[in-house]
Write a protein that binds this ligand. Structure first.
Ligand SMILES: NC(=O)c1ccc[n+]([C@@H]2O[C@H](COP(=O)([O-])OP(=O)(O)OC[C@H]3O[C@@H](n4cnc5c(N)ncnc54)[C@H](OP(=O)(O)O)[C@@H]3O)[C@@H](O)[C@H]2O)c1
Length: 163
């Protein structure tokens, strides 16, 4: 199982149910990496998308504890157990955890690979991803050259977890 996330220098990921920054090349990387795959998200992350709609060309799985919650073109599950039962239907390498904080924390230990866009700036934030550089189970496997978008510097990193 994979996860994909954009973090800042403090491993912050969001503020007021929005992303901290929108970088076109990172959006492109996200789209290309997850297209045709299975994306798993919390209800708040789904609602942060344009018009609160699921992502096109992907199987969307949304977690909520609300039994009446329904979304067109998405599979809704209500617990980690229900999620794991649903995920048995797919190839493990095709599954991407896409946030937010609560879902990343819940699924981190089950993931083998993390695609982390590391943005070298400290934003004002209210949601965070666990710092993988401080986690002995995770190793930085690959890092791109420095990328830039106007004055923003960022890197595409891949971390792996030995399990
Ligand atoms: N930088 C990035 O790459 C990135 C990626 C994704 C999201 N984000 C940001 O992350 C922030 C949102 O994160 P968040 O932690 O507040 O929200 P979230 O994880 O997207 O969604 C939280 C919701 O998921 C449901 N949920 C969580 N655990 C569950 C469980 N075990 N069983 C059933 N349902 C469960 C609950 O929905 P109900 O309340 O409906 O029960 C909960 O309120 C936003 O700012 C967003 O922009 C950043």
């Amino acid at each position: 199982m994979n996860l994909i996330v954009a973090v800042d220098r403090n491993w912050a990921i969001g503020k007021d149910n929005k992303l901290l920054v929108s970088i076109p090349d990172d959006m492109k990387f996200f789209r290309e990496t997850t297209s045709g795959k299975v994306v798993v998200m919390g209800r708040k992350t789904l609602e942060s998308f344009p018009n609160g709609k699921p992502l096109k060309n992907r199987v969307n799985i949304v977690l909520t504890r609300d039994n009446n919650y329904q979304v067109k073109d998405a599979i809704v599950v209500h617990s980690k157990e229900e999620l794991n039962a649903e995920l048995t239907k797919y190839n493990n390498d095709d599954i991407f955890i896409i946030g937010g904080e609560s879902i990343y924390r819940m699924m981190l230990d089950e993931c083998d690979r993390a695609f982390v866009t590391y943005v070298d700036y400290a934003y004002d934030a209210d949601t965070y991803f666990p710092n993988l550089d401080d986690n002995s189970k995770w190793k930085l496997a690959e890092e791109s050259e420095e990328q830039t978008y106007y004055d923003i510097e960022f890197y595409f990193r891949t971390y792996t977890q030995a399990r």
